[in-house]
Write a protein that binds this ligand. Structure first.
Ligand code: SAM
Length: 259
């Protein structure tokens, strides 16, 4: 089967239906709007209130979010990249944590320009304009631009995969091909690996190099060039979220086999 070029997914019915712009009206219409300025935690609390009382939003949310901010305090990346920014919840939460831990940059890659416009407003409101940058475009094209063309990234320190699950594996293969995943340095965090699930990504990050070489032989991966020789160590902590049971795949690069 072919995996390298997944079809563009249909818009999800539970989002992208106008509620994200409605969120902006809700936030800016709040009587306490002045208290939200330059206060990331209050902006996040206001988004949570909208999610609970008005329309559900596909944000990382508090439970998984707190686990990932714990990883940020442990790893202290100078730069963190996310694939899929939506309305900016994770960008505000993680951008604030990056800044608190001495980091410099959080790059939020978002394909939908309307979502990028909403998140940019909220990031600005939270006072994180100097830390968080929203880049509009599809993750694969933007990653190539950041690594190969602008040479802004030479190594991934911490990556948050949270766009559509069928894109996790092709984007990981792209990063493997560009040689930006480094042993004992890069940390990959993938959301929603239980619900809705990312079986092909999970299979890859849990496989041994020998198993991955077999997968590459079996699949048509063209035009991507995965590196099956990287040795990954993955664990999947599970959480109860507003949407049900879910997990994060946390992957470290622990070596590279020479074949
Ligand atoms: N990370 C966000 C948070 O926790 O607040 C939630 C992200 S939401 C689950 C997924 C987002 O990925 C959507 O806004 C969608 O437009 C975006 N997306 C889908 N395909 C993409 C692609 N190829 N490149 C970048 N973003 C993409």
């Amino acid at each position: 089967s072919t995996i390298a070029k997944p079809h563009a997914p249909e818009p999800r019915s539970y989002c992208l239906d106008g509620r994200e712009v409605d969120l902006l009206h809700y936030i800016y219409g709040r009587p306490d709007i002045k208290e939200l300025r330059n206060n990331p935690q209050k902006v996040l609390a206001a988004i949570d209130e909208y999610h609970t009382n008005h329309n559900m939003l596909m944000n990382i949310g508090g439970v998984k979010g707190a686990y990932i901010t714990g990883l940020i305090s442990e790893h202290k990346p100078s730069t963190m990249v996310e694939l899929g920014g939506y309305i900016g919840y994770s960008a505000i939460l993680f951008g604030d944590a990056i800044r608190a831990n001495g980091g410099k940059k959080f790059l939020s890659l978002e394909k939908n320009p309307e979502m990028a416009a909403v998140s940019s407003q909220l990031i600005d409101l939270a006072g994180l304009r100097d830390v968080v940058r929203v880049l509009v475009g599809s993750s694969d094209k933007l990653l190539v631009e950041l690594v190969r063309e602008r040479k802004e990234i030479d190594q991934i320190e911490m990556l948050f995969l949270d766009h559509w699950q069928e894109l996790y594996l092709p984007d990981l293969w792209l990063l493997e091909d560009m040689g930006v995943l480094a042993q004992d340095k890069s940390l990959l965090v993938a959301d929603n690996v239980i619900m809705p699930g990312a079986p092909r990504y999970l299979e890859w990050v849990k496989a041994t190099p020998a198993q991955k070489r077999a997968i590459v032989k079996k699949l048509n991966v063209h035009p991507l060039k995965p590196n099956p020789n990287l040795v990954y160590d993955t664990h999947v902590p599970q959480f109860q979220t507003d949407w049900g049971k879910d997990g994060l795949a946390i992957t470290k690069i622990v070596g590279e086999e020479v074949v």
